[in-house]
Structures are given as C-alpha cells and as structure tokens.
Design a protein around this ligand. Structure first.
Ligand code: ZN
Length: 453
C-alpha cells in the first residue's frame, strides 16, 4: 500500500513556507499527525483537498528545498529545554534544522531526525558520528556529576611540576605521574566506551587523594629548594633541549648535582652560579673576572692585559672541593690556572706580540702568523734557512706559558714539540709561491662574488 503522506512531511512540509499556499493540504497534515494516509484514501477528501493532495509530490519537492541541517547539537539531561518540532514531545538529544527562507531553527529529537537523515548526509553531516559524540558528552557529564572538576584536575595535574623551580627526582615524580596516568586512562575509557564499575573504583581511589599527591610534590619542593646543589628546572629543560638524555637520567635519580654531572652542565644560570663561586675561591691572588661564556664553555678572566678562557669542565674537576664548599683557595699559582685555560681568540694579537719578542732570540723565529688562514710560519735559523708551518690555535696553546713568561718552564721541550710535529721543511721559494697562489685564489673568489652581484 502506497503512503500518500510520509513521516518526513510532518516536519519538512508542514513547517515550510511553501505549504502556506496549500491550506487544504496543511489541514490534512494537521489532522493526520498520528495516522497514516494512503493513496487509496484519496477519495475520502473533498474536491478542493483532493486537488492539492494529487500534487503532493511536486509540493513536497519544492518544500524540501527550503531546509538545511545544522551541525550543532544540544543535550539536556532534564528534558526541560526543548520539544521536538515534529512529535512535540520533550527531548534530551537535540538536533537542528533551519529554514533557509525564514532563518528559523527547529529542534528535532533523536527518533524523528531519522526521517530526514538524507538531508544531513547531503550536507556531509554524519548523524551516526554525532550520536556517538552525544554519548561521549552524556558520559562525561555523568562522571563530572560524580567527581566534581575531574576533567580540570586531570588537565592541570602537571602544573605543579611545570611551575617547580627545582627538578623533581624520578622516585617522587613517577608516583605522581603514574597516578595521573591511571586516572586519565580510567576516565578516557569511560568516555570512549562505557562507564564500568572497575574504572569508577580506580577514579574513586585516585580522585579522592589528588590533593595528597599534589601536597607531596609541594612538600618536596619546599624541603629542597634552598639547597644550592639541587638541580633547577631550567637545567632540566636545558638538558632536554640539548637531548642529553643519559645525563638527564643520571641527574633524575637524585636531583642533586655531583662533580661528574656539574662538569657537563653548560646551562647559563648554572655557569653564572659557578662563576660566583670561582670569584670567591680565587679572590686572594687577584684573578678577577670569571664572566661565564657559554659558547666557549668556560669563564673569562684577564691577566697581564690578556684575556683567557678557563675551561668549565677542567676547573670543576680540579677545584670541585673548593667550589662545593665555597672555600677560598690560597695555595694555587697562576700557572695552575693557565694549564686549564686557553687564550681568548680576541686577544690573539696581544699574544702574538709577546711571542715575537721571545722568538726573536730563539733558534726558531716567527716569520708570520695568520689566524684566518690557521697558519703560523716559523723560520729555522740554521745555515740553509728552512721554513716550517704550524696550525695557529694549537701553536698559541702550546706557547701560552711563553706568552705569560711563566718561570721554570721547559722551553726546549716546547721547541722540540714544534719541530717534531711539523716535519716538512719548505724553501723560501715554496713559501713565496704558496703565498702567491693564495693571493690568486682570494682574487678569484672575490671576482666571482663580484660577477654574481
Ligand atoms: Zn519527535
């Protein structure tokens, strides 16, 4: 038996603007809201009504063009907010359709919306997916009712760690993080699948103790924040940024900085802290400065008008006891510091001046020094005037004792080192042609750069 009026007509046709032109048809829709009308019933109606009923296919088609679905939904557990536009009953899950002409929105319940499911699909809205989402929201509300603010608590659980000025060691942190993970897993399972007694028990156990977990961390911070050898949060972040996970894991075991760990930490604030210690330790003999230089991995000091970088790792290894106890060191000599230092590259010219004075009188003389070319050429003052080349930075480092005129150093040893490391001897002509070649190369490079512009 063919239906004359469809279920969907009670919504899309009856609420349309089109229907206003067909009052007889509207009356049939009103009279038969809960009864079915078949084609065979057509002759029960009067002539006027029949005339409109016979065109219902075309009228319906026109009316349905007036509608669009909305992707928003609503949910009211008390069913006190909305009535379904089709069946007029109070509804809990609400969908909406909108009349394009009047812009009016109509709430529709979950059962009645089934009759216009194709309207939603045409606009790319999957009602089944929306239903699943509705169920998730309903379960979330149910859990929230039972455990007040649970979602907020889970989301903000780690704030106390993020805000901590110090690193929290593994054994304290793990307990705290595990509790959150278990709470979150139980919560997520309830939202995504179904609310089970097992998960309620888990949530009950952890949720009720969340302040206790929180206080535990706060207490740890309070007890340890004044210990200057406790690793800071910024050291932890620095290690993560540098992907120094082995070192991070080692430090996470206790949270306390030891000699071995300290020598590998170049985090700026830590270096600043160490530099303050160094200032106290070496104050007695007048070595000043100790400005931390993170890029150079050391501390800048100035002696006899020449700046030096004291190596961070080496100074910690050698003077750890003094650094750790903040004790003044009064039995050191400058040479001890020089051993763990290198000449600051911006003062190479000053070092060169000192070296020239010295080599003038030795059996090797300085022919030329060039930092940019990483080259030092020495002239052997033997009978046949041979030249030898050395790399710039190792040479300066080797000769730093000469630069500072440290007494009792074995000059002979330094000279032998130079002469044996650099075994190739050049004639004057070789050096000259090497220089000319270099000059030509530079000219070529400059020319190509100029051409490209
Ligand atoms: Zn309904």
């Amino acid at each position: 038996m063919n239906l004359l009026i469809y279920e969907r007509d009670q919504l899309l046709l009856r609420k349309s603007e089109t229907i206003k032109k067909y009052p007889h048809l509207l009356k049939v829709l009103d009279d038969y809201r809960n009864k079915k009308v078949y084609y065979k019933d057509l002759d029960k109606f009067d002539e006027e009504t029949q005339r409109e009923l016979k065109q219902i296919d075309m009228i319906r088609k026109s009316a349905e063009l007036e509608w669009e679905p909305l992707s928003k939904t609503d949910y009211t557990p008390n069913m006190d907010k909305y009535k379904c536009s089709r069946c007029n009953t109070r509804i809990m899950y609400i969908r909406f359709i909108r009349n394009i002409i009047t812009k009016e929105e109509y709430p529709v319940g979950r059962e009645c919306i089934d009759h216009v499911r194709d309207l939603f699909l045409k606009h790319g809205i999957d009602l089944y997916a929306m239903e699943r989402e509705d169920e998730r929201i309903r379960r979330a509300m149910e859990i929230e009712e039972r455990f007040n603010d649970i979602k907020f608590i889970i989301e903000n659980w780690n704030n106390v760690l993020d805000e901590s000025p110090i690193m929290i060691p593994n054994d304290v942190e793990l307990l705290f993080l595990t509790a959150r993970r278990e709470l979150n897993s139980a919560y997520t399972r309830c939202i995504d699948n179904s609310i089970t007694n097992k998960d309620i028990l888990i949530m009950d156990k952890i949720y009720n103790r969340h302040n206790e977990f929180y206080e535990n961390i706060k207490q740890f911070i309070e007890n340890n924040k004044d210990n200057e050898w406790v690793a800071t949060r910024s050291i932890e972040q620095w290690l993560k940024r540098k992907r120094e996970f082995a070192l991070l894991n080692k430090l996470k075991q206790t949270g306390i900085i030891t000699k071995e760990i300290a020598s590998d930490i170049y985090e700026f604030r830590f270096m600043k802290f160490i530099s303050n210690k160094l200032r106290i330790i070496f104050a007695k003999r007048g070595i000043a400065g100790w400005e931390p230089k993170q890029d150079e991995r050391g501390y800048l000091i100035k002696v006899q008008n020449i700046r030096l970088i004291v190596d961070h790792k080496k100074v910690i290894e050698r003077y750890w006891d003094h650094i750790y106890n903040g004790a003044v060191c009064d039995n050191y000599i400058f040479a001890d510091i020089l051993v763990i230092s290198k000449i600051y590259n911006k003062d190479y010219d000053k070092a060169e001046k000192e070296l020239r004075k010295y080599f003038y009188m030795s059996k090797l003389s300085l022919y030329s020094m060039n930092y940019d070319r990483d080259e030092i050429i020495l002239k052997e003052k033997s009978l046949d005037d041979k030249f030898l080349k050395y790399r710039f930075v190792p040479f300066i480092d080797l000769c730093k004792f000469i630069v500072f005129n440290i007494p009792n150093i074995d000059i002979q040893k330094i000279q032998n080192e130079i002469m044996t490391t650099s075994t190739t001897r050049y004639e004057f002509e070789d050096i000259k042609s090497y220089r000319e070649q270099m000059q030509r190369d530079i000219y070529e490079i400059q020319r190509t750069i100029y051409k490209k512009r």
